[in-house]
Write a protein that binds this ligand. Structure first.
Ligand code: SF4
Length: 305
């Protein structure tokens, strides 16, 4: 069986499970994802494997198309690169025999970055390399690629999920409501926003503020990895589930992981809530504040509060 057929089998099995009511899946190397996003990611990888978009990571991610897909007939699926379900896949016994563990391992393997990143030594070089990036479909809908902003040798680096509407318009990370809250929280621990580095896991805005899907994260992963290498911060603060689990796949959800120091390769990581979550859940602010107070301990060897 070739790789593409294997992916297609997994996708069909996931679709069957989705019809049976499974909504979320833990795919091991990446965060818990809505199952439909995972299926879209698989669809993209099948396209790549089939050479439809060789050298790119194109995605089909219009939400309207995505929701319609599950109502489509097998014939319509053919038009978007998915063959009609083979008889053996629709067999209920085979669906029931699906081992989630197998999916986890397979998806973790295929979600590895597809770009063998060549060593780049400065942010400006890195930006030049990716400024016109079209490796995934987010590149088509973005207004601006939001690369990151801040010091080139920052004590602390903040990583969010992806740009929102304001960031997309302005080309800067965290400039909307959530960004203003982040700025206030940074100031409250005695650090200026200009004295840190702020970026996101994916550099282009996912439409309708949805989460980036696994394939988009995988496409964009070489950029954040190289940014971390170049910036070499004393501390990385991950904001929310997606950046946390992208860097450290085996952590629990952010509610449990927050405030606990983790390690990503040689870097110290402090997970905390995303400011957007805090805007919706003011009761989580005291916990976030506790986390933020730890930032100064790990960056300036002093506590403030
Ligand atoms: S999200 Fe990342 S991989 Fe996708 S087009 Fe933008 S820069 Fe490229």
């Amino acid at each position: 069986m070739n790789y593409s057929s294997l992916l297609l089998q997994i996708e069909n099995q996931l679709l069957s499970l989705n019809k049976k009511g499974l909504k979320y899946i833990n795919i091991g190397a990446l965060p818990d994802f809505e199952l439909k996003s995972v299926i879209d990611g698989l669809e993209e990888m099948i396209s790549i494997e089939n050479g439809i978009s060789e050298g790119t990571c194109k995605t089909k991610n219009k939400p309207s198309e995505k929701s319609e897909k599950y109502e489509e007939s097998p014939k319509e699926n053919t038009e978007i690169g998915i063959n009609p379900e083979p008889a053996d896949i629709t067999d209920q016994n085979k669906v029931l025999n699906l081992k989630q563990q197998n999916i986890t391992q397979t998806f973790a393997q295929i979600a590895k970055p597809q770009d063998s990143a060549k060593k780049i030594n400065s942010l400006s070089e890195l930006f030049e390399k990716y400024k016109a990036c079209q490796k995934c479909a987010l590149g088509k809908t973005r207004k601006n690629l939001v690369f990151g902003r801040g010091l080139s040798n920052p004590p602390v680096m903040f990583i969010g999920e992806g740009p929102g509407a304001d960031e997309d318009t302005q080309g800067e990370p965290f400039v909307g409501r959530a960004g203003r809250l982040l700025t206030k929280m940074i100031s409250a621990i005695g650090i200026e926003r200009d004295d840190v580095y702020i970026t996101n896991i994916v550099k282009c805005r996912p439409p309708d503020n949805r989460n980036p899907n696994p394939a988009e994260i995988s496409c964009c992963l070489p950029i954040i990895k190289q940014q971390i290498e170049i910036l070499n911060p004393k501390l990385i603060v991950t904001l929310g589930n997606i950046p946390t689990k992208t860097l450290i796949p085996d952590v629990p959800g952010i509610t449990k992981a927050r405030g606990k120091i983790k390690q990503y390769e040689k870097w110290t990581v402090l997970p905390t809530f995303h400011p957007s979550y805090l805007l919706r859940n003011r009761s989580a602010m005291p916990q976030a504040w506790e986390d933020f107070k730890k930032i100064t301990e790990f960056t300036f060897n002093s506590t403030q509060g």
